[in-house]
Design a protein around this ligand. Structure first.
Ligand SMILES: [Zn+2]
Length: 322
């Protein structure tokens, strides 16, 4: 074991930051190194994945280092971090008695090692030595690219999902269902079955019941000032999100609006801890199956469900892992 240069360990922290970015997390990575060169702890930002404000890179690295070294005192260690520590992490660094902090990019909004405040320069019982600017440009570029991509993605969306809460919105869903189902399903199921299903599942009363008592969430798909379709989801206890419905008016199909809804659902999964999206498609609904496959869904099963009145739903189960 041999102690390497600051750049060597910062490059390691940057690698962790890149891993975070690849998972949609703000790219921040941290490494705790003992003075003999032992890598005691590594960490990266996992705030989105763990849905926890405490899951910063430095906290993870300190946590791991305490385990590796068998105690809370990290004296003799240096913390390498790609972004200036926030007040929480600066506090963790002080509390763990880390000797030295080296960070790359400044954080004008939350940085507590010089930007907003310098907690290491106040009268606390421990004052780590501070060094800044090592691989500053690389870390800034990574952060900049991450936020630009995020902004681009957000801008790309042409539709918005409006959660259905009022009677007026329920009325819009029922009207869309009546229109779209009668246009879409002939040839797949009988006219009588369409009438039966619209009444049973998509009347104002049925929709209201589903979101008030059935654990469903309904959303209207809004483009400009027009509702062009609707979608409904339900969180299942097996950790999957059930995409119960997604219907788009005929004149708006084939423009990638369904894909926008899937992107929204993926984000919903990440934020709410669901690991996959699943849905059912009528076996004869070839066009819908093709759309789902194009968007990355794959068939994971099939089943025939009795929906009463002598009707059945003969479906494939599709799933998309998030
Ligand atoms: Zn922090």
């Amino acid at each position: 074991m041999q102690l390497m240069s600051d750049e060597f360990y910062m490059a390691m922290a940057l690698e962790l930051a890149r891993e975070a970015a690849a998972e949609g997390e703000t790219p921040v990575g941290a490494v705790v190194v003992r003075k003999d060169g032992l890598i005691a702890g590594k960490g990266r930002n996992r705030r989105e994945k763990n849905r926890n404000a405490l899951c910063h890179a430095e906290i993870e690295a300190v946590n791991e280092a305490c385990k590796t070294l068998g105690g809370w005192r990290l004296s003799g260690c240096t913390m390498y971090v790609t972004l200036e520590p926030c007040p929480m992490c600066a506090g963790a660094i002080i509390n763990s008695r880390i000797d030295r902090v080296v960070y790359a990019a400044h954080d004008s909004k939350a940085g507590s090692a010089g930007s907003v405040v310098n907690l290491f320069g106040l009268g606390y019982n421990h004052k780590p030595q501070l060094e800044t600017g090592v691989m500053h440009a690389e870390s800034e570029a990574l952060l900049k690219e991450f936020f630009e991509t995020l902004r681009r993605k957000r801008k790309m969306f042409r539709t918005k999902l409006v959660e259905v809460k009022t009677a007026e919105q329920v009325k819009s869903v029922a009207a869309l269902a009546d229109e779209i189902w009668h246009e879409w399903f002939p040839g797949i199921i009988s006219a009588e079955q369409i009438d039966y299903m619209v009444e049973k599942f998509q009347s104002e009363k049925a929709v209201t019941e589903q979101f008030e008592k059935g654990g469903y969430r309904y959303y209207l798909i809004l483009k400009g000032s027009t509702y062009i379709g609707y979608t409904a989801i339900r969180g299942d206890s097996d950790g999957r999100l059930f995409l119960s419905k997604i219907y788009i008016k005929k004149e708006y199909r084939g423009n990638g609006y369904a894909r926008e809804v899937f992107e929204f659902m993926k984000e919903y999964c990440r934020e709410n801890g669901f690991k996959a999206i699943w849905l059912t498609v009528n076996k004869h609904n070839d066009h819908a199956s093709a759309v789902y496959e194009k968007c990355g869904f794959r068939i994971v099963g099939e089943d025939v469900t009795d929906i009463g009145n002598g009707y059945v739903m003969d479906d494939y189960f599709f799933q998309l892992d998030v």
